[in-house]
Design a protein around this ligand. Structure first.
Ligand SMILES: [Fe+2]
Length: 363
């Protein structure tokens, strides 16, 4: 398993959480997690205020022509946005918690296209926890992490926490050179997450950014010859090591670990884009290859994704930020780069998506 300082920072004991994370439990929503993301509805919602990628704007224009819809309201002057050319959008002036179902569908589509979107000035952290879960449940059945910290009664909420005064990074850096550990979340599950929400409660004054890589672009950068070779290959993904690591540091394991086989090239159900779906945290071997062959190809793909700063984007957290990414078409890494022992505390809502599948190579 790749180095993971992050695996040491999720707590398994109940931690001090904001009041809204302590609301009594009710049953968690379950929806059909294999439900594909619907295409953009004609009923344009709140997200129409967000400047959209070119393809999305063209689609909306076609829909307006077809349905004779009026032009949507133009963005208010305080709606700011910055687009990395290949991934990542920053949005201000849209409140996620007030999106209609149509707006949520558009959100899923926007995130699939832009891979990761940072929404600023959100009220998510102030919502009762059940409301946050109800909201996330629209996008799929909640994933329950086998080995991470959660608020009492809410195993669906994945906490990422480094307490004030925590010095565990010193121990980590005694034997490792970097905290960077690229991965897509829990890829060992049969149905790993899709549209994923991460929101912040406490952050260090500076540092603690999150890196994202666009794995569709990583696929597109490969030669057609190499792309074609990857099609049809499958790799095993294992959660056993993560569970063992949790036990070794006195943490919990909620259920028996699992391993699953997924295609190396994964197709997104809504956009049809193909992405590389292997990561050094959880992928172990290519099915049917000898170890040296498998290692050579996987290590090339890992370094290709990690090296590609020209298809990476870096999220700088602000108070009130909610980051939404599509776990099918991205990888990410935490960064432990602050040394003043300040608290960093986030919560993740992790709806599951379809079982990964691939569509044929198209040269
Ligand atoms: Fe993660």
């Amino acid at each position: 398993m790749a180095p993971s300082v992050t695996s040491t920072v999720t707590v398994t004991e109940p931690v001090s959480v904001p009041k809204n994370l302590k609301t009594p439990s009710t049953s968690a929503p379950t929806r059909n997690c294999s439900r594909p993301i619907p295409s953009l509805p004609a009923d344009l919602g709140l997200l129409d205020q967000i400047p959209a990628p070119r393809a999305l704007r063209a689609l909306r224009a076609r829909q307006r022509r077809r349905h004779h819809l009026p032009r949507p309201p133009q963005p208010h002057h305080h709606h700011q946005h910055t687009h990395h050319p290949l991934a990542g959008t920053e949005v201000r002036g849209v409140q996620l918690s007030s999106l209609s179902p149509a707006g949520k569908d558009q959100l899923a589509r926007l995130v699939a296209e832009r891979k990761v979107v940072a929404f600023r000035d959100q009220d998510f952290k102030d919502l009762p926890i059940q409301s946050a879960l109800d909201y996330g449940g629209y996008f799929g059945r909640h994933h329950i992490h086998p080995a991470s910290g959660a608020p009492a009664g809410y195993p669906e909420v994945h906490l990422v926490h480094r307490g004030e005064g925590d010095e565990s990074s010193k121990q980590f850096y005694a034997s490792r050179t970097s905290s960077v550990a690229w991965h897509s979340d829990v890829s060992y599950e049969e149905q790993p997450p899709g549209t994923t929400f991460l929101y912040i409660f406490d952050k260090p004054e500076t540092g603690g950014d999150t890196l994202f890589a666009n794995t569709v672009e990583a696929y597109n950068r490969l030669s057609p010859l190499f792309q074609e070779r990857l099609h049809g290959l499958q790799a095993t993904h294992s959660g056993f090591e993560q569970a063992a690591a949790s036990l070794a540091r006195g943490g919990i394991v909620r259920r028996e670990p699992v391993a699953n086989v997924h295609p190396i090239v994964r197709t997104h159900p809504a956009t049809g884009e193909k992405s590389l779906y292997v990561n050094p945290q959880f992928t172990r071997e290519i099915v049917g290859m000898k170890k040296e062959e498998s290692d050579a190809i996987l290590n090339f793909l890992y370094s290709h994704i990690a090296w590609g700063a020209d298809f990476h984007v870096r999220v700088k957290w602000e108070q009130g930020t909610v980051v939404v990414w599509d776990n099918r078409v991205t990888q990410h890494s935490a960064l432990v780069d602050w040394e003043n022992k300040q608290r960093r505390h986030l919560a993740r809502i992790t709806p599951q998506a379809e079982r990964p599948y691939e569509t044929p190579f198209q040269g």
